[in-house]
Design a binder for this molecule. Structure first.
Ligand SMILES: [Fe+2]
Length: 485
């Protein structure tokens, strides 16, 4: 457990701190998820958020406007009916025509299902006529509630609560011959208004829900169309990086994305052409480099007429082994150069030793042994040649660790050095020396096989034998050709 966690564990948090810590953690996770989300998701996400918020605000505004409109229509209708009754009731009141007043009240009540009651009261608020006959003679209470509107003619609309239900009560004054004769009172059922408002809200929500759903689908398609060329551009960049770009990308449109794709195609074509040129230049440079190395190797071999062509022959045999070992082309090329450079250190060996016509004594042999260190030193001067130092320095190491200069053994000896050691020894045995004649190929191979596991790596000796036999099958029988070695 880290010190930070121990500190947090021992600390006492309040509920407020826990809430903020949770919110911060949630925000961090959200940001991390957002960063790793695809571009298509981000576009669709923002469009959905925009559509949802816009639809929500629009639906709220629409519902509010529609509710007000419905409310006003109901009130206007109630007020209109009230005024109409008041206009007709004046004469009936003066004439005490109760039948006519009843007729007015019942007609209005029957024609408007949302009217709870219709009444006519005298100036003392005593009920003269009522749609509910039991209320006739009752005195209307002083109205208490929220006043909605008051017209110039004295018509008043008030929202009241009666029997726990909201009601719009409309009072229209009855004036006849400039004399106030009472009022028409109409009770409008507000629950019908609430039902109408709910219907409107439901319809608005359905409409905007459909808009959001269609918007989500359209934004997903839009994101798909927008992302496709970007994704193909991304794949194209990857192919260009890896050098596997085959054909130009498809241009989907004439807009900025299409222009970007066209520019990318032109850039890819230019880079591919330049890459081809560079590859050719590199190949030519490498050819020139190998030719130079061959010249250097030939110059070294030419110091001694007996070793003329030695490096090239070692390279030939080593490449045969390398192919059988499954080395790839670049490795075979490096093996060839390593063979050509393996004795480059002999350039510092004195002529008296290198060209001596007799066998070398102990001190001379010690000096001759130094050619591997000289070679490594020479190669260290050029950075591009340092990779050949191991094969140059260690091609005289023995598999059992008895070789020089470092006494490496087994797998510690670099593979190229172990290969060169066999080819080098074989070519030395099958070449004339001032103090001895060359031996037959068969005899040289037998000697190498006898030294498998002591001087040479056993599995490489087996590979060398295969190479040599294949070589002899191609030219002449092994025994017959031995003298030529
Ligand atoms: Fe050597």
């Amino acid at each position: 457990m880290s010190a930070r966690w121990r500190h947090l564990k021992n600390k006492t948090f309040s509920g407020h701190q826990f809430m903020w810590a949770g919110a911060r953690t949630f925000w961090r996770r959200l940001r991390r998820r957002y960063r790793s989300a695809s571009l298509r998701f981000k576009i669709a996400f923002f469009v959905v958020i925009l559509l949802t918020s816009t639809s929500f605000v629009l639906s709220m505004v629409t519902v509010h406007i529609m509710n007000n409109y419905i409310l006003n229509e109901i009130i206007k209708r109630g007020a209109s009916v009230g005024k109409s009754i008041a206009a007709s009731a004046g004469y009936n009141l003066l004439a005490h025509d109760l039948l006519g007043l009843d007729n007015l009240v019942y007609k209005a009540k029957d024609a408007n299902s949302d009217m709870l009651y219709v009444a006519i009261v005298d100036p003392d608020m005593r009920t003269v006529v009522h749609s509910d006959p039991e209320m006739i003679g009752e005195t209307r209470p002083v109205i208490k509630g929220r006043r909605f509107s008051e017209a110039d003619d004295g018509t008043v609309v008030t929202e009241i609560i009666r029997d726990a239900s909201p009601i719009f009560e409309i009072r229209a004054p009855i004036v006849f011959m400039n004399k106030s004769l009472g009022s028409v009172i109409i009770g409008m059922d507000k629950s019908i208004l609430l039902g109408a408002q709910q219907n409107v809200s439901r319809m608005v929500l359905i409409v905007f829900g459909t808009i959001v759903a269609v918007g989500v689908c359209v934004s997903s398609l839009l994101a798909l169309f927008l992302i496709r060329p970007i994704r193909e551009l991304s794949v194209g960049v990857e192919e260009m990086k890896s050098g596997t770009a085959q054909s130009p990308l498809r241009v989907y449109s004439q807009d900025e994305l299409g222009q970007l794709t066209r520019n990318f195609n032109e850039m890819t074509a230019l880079i591919t052409a330049q890459r081809g040129k560079l590859t050719r230049y590199a190949h030519d440079l490498e050819e020139a480099y190998v030719s130079m190395v061959k010249v250097v190797a030939a110059a070294i071999d030419a110091r001694d007429s007996y070793t003329h062509g030695h490096s090239a022959r070692v390279a030939h045999l080593s490449l045969g082994m390398g192919r059988r070992l499954g080395l790839v082309d670049t490795e075979l090329r490096e093996l060839e150069v390593a063979c050509l450079l393996h004795d480059v250190g002999k350039i510092k060996t004195p002529d008296a030793i290198l060209l001596k016509a007799a066998k070398l004594n102990q001190s001379e042999f010690k000096e001759m042994m130094k050619h591997v260190a000289y070679g490594a030193d020479i190669l260290s001067w050029a950075p591009s040649l340092t990779k050949y130092i191991p094969s140059t320095r260690h091609h005289h190491e023995w598999h059992n660790g008895q070789g020089y200069p470092d006494g490496l053994a087994g797998e510690a000896i670099p593979q190229f050095a172990a290969i060169i050691a066999i080819a080098d020894a074989y070519d030395a045995m099958t070449s004339d020396r001032p103090y001895r004649r060359a031996i037959f190929r068969e005899e040289a191979l037998l000697r190498i096989e006898r030294m498998a596991g002591t001087q040479f790596r056993p599995e490489l000796v087996a590979v060398f034998k295969d190479v040599l036999e294949a070589e002899c099958d191609r030219t002449a029988p092994l025994a017959a050709a031995g003298a030529a070695g």
